[in-house]
Design a protein around this ligand. Structure first.
Ligand SMILES: Cc1ncc(COP(=O)(O)O)c(C=O)c1O
Length: 379
């Protein structure tokens, strides 16, 4: 929102997602500057934006490839020319594995595993398609989700991987998702150090047994710098830094909000209350309600004016399917029907998945739309 000159935000059907392209590029470059400074690779998680255009901007800026959550995301990325892919989740269905093996004919495909049956199934799919798939062992580093629970399990999985055709042992992956929002930063750092130690200990144990690990991936947006500087971590898999959201904004990270949910005030039924046209179908709320950030007003044909909003001015109180009910604490805002409110989503990754496209703006001028091609590709 820096250096705003024109205000094309008025001109589109709301609710929609608006990207501030300058802020987006600053976020991408800040992550890559960090990567160069501390000598760690960045493989951004595309689950956040699900958009090959943005993935390409990240790769052009220096990312070594992308991390995907799902086969569906990987297919979109490969189709659009991104050829170094790490799927950070387990994929077990044969039909999905065959599709991954097919992608592996044109792309460097890596997939996370945590059990031997899955490793065998991946080998069969790779053999069936005559391709080769990189296997990443996921290590549980405290989140209690997927991932092997002991370093001995890593050794037996690597032995199995090396004994089967169509597979390459490509490295380890951890994700400290239970820590990324911990405050204060000093406690987050302490927790993150313990989590990374678990991951690196597995890598060292494998080395002792004669196996080179290659990739050791970790890090979310809230811990990217801690994990990125941890000895033994080779790449960062953070995703949200590219857009940010109101949860991550509270951590004081060096990334800016680059994506806004633009809504229209459709009712101002009493003093201190207005209603906007976004709701549960257009903004997720598992981490809280979206936060109003800017008010865009047009008064009697005047040039539109943009006012920055704070929590003291106005707050979302309730979301129903298609409505956001807002309490206005600052009457001087003079909010009326037809005004636009630009909001910061509370959880960017799930909100993005509700939309088909981004509207991209440069200093308030509309530039173009980008399709969220992997939207809904949750298979
Ligand atoms: C496996 C994995 N890696 C990395 C991330 C990082 O995400 P973010 O940067 O959004 O914190 C996530 C988030 O869900 C994840 O599941």
């Amino acid at each position: 929102m820096k250096g705003m000159q024109t205000l094309d935000y008025m001109n589109f059907l709301t609710p929609y997602l608006a990207i501030d392209s300058n802020a987006l590029m600053r976020n991408i470059h800040r992550m890559q500057e960090f990567s160069r400074r501390v000598d760690v690779n960045v493989r951004p998680h595309v689950k956040t934006h699900k958009c090959p255009k943005i993935a390409k901007l990240q790769v052009e800026a220096g990312a070594i490839g992308v991390t995907c959550a799902k086969l569906g995301e990987a297919e979109v990325m490969v189709r659009r020319g991104i050829h170094d892919i790490l799927i950070a989740n387990q994929v077990v269905d044969r039909s999905k594995l065959v599709r991954i093996a097919e992608l592996a004919k044109v792309a460097d495909m890596k997939i996370s595993v945590d059990n031997p049956t899955n490793v065998q199934a991946i080998s069969e799919a790779a053999r069936y398609m005559s391709s080769s798939i990189g296997i990443i062992i996921e290590v549980d580093i405290g989140m209690g989700r997927c991932g092997i629970r002991s370093k001995e399990d890593a050794v037996s999985l690597v032995r199995l991987i090396k004994s089967l055709p169509g597979l390459r042992f490509a490295g380890l992956l951890g994700y400290e998702g239970h820590i990324v929002l911990v405050e204060p930063r000093s406690v987050r750092l302490e927790n993150c150090t313990q989590a990374n130690l678990k991951l690196v200990e597995v890598a060292e144990h494998l080395e002792k047994n004669g196996y080179k690990t290659g990739i050791v991936s970790g890090g979310g947006t809230g811990t990217y710098d801690m994990t990125g500087q941890y000895e033994g971590i080779t790449e960062i898999e953070a995703g949200s830094y590219v857009f940010m959201d109101s949860c991550y904004a509270k951590l004081g990270l060096p990334f800016e909000q680059s994506l806004f949910l633009v809504s229209t005030v459709v009712s101002a039924p009493e003093q201190g209350v207005c209603v906007a046209d976004c709701g549960l179908k257009t903004a997720t709320s598992e981490f809280g309600y979206p936060e109003p950030a800017f008010l865009l007003t047009t008064r009697g044909g005047e040039k539109p004016a943009l006012t920055q909003l704070s929590e003291e001015d106005i707050q979302v109180k309730i979301l129903s399917e298609e409505h956001a009910i807002l309490r206005i604490s600052n009457p001087e805002l003079g909010i009326s029907v037809g005004d636009k409110i630009l909001m910061i989503p509370s959880h960017i990754c799930t909100t993005v998945n509700l939309y088909n496209e981004y509207h991209v703006f440069n200093s308030g001028s509309f530039v173009e739309k980008w399709t969220i091609e992997a939207r809904g590709a949750s298979y």
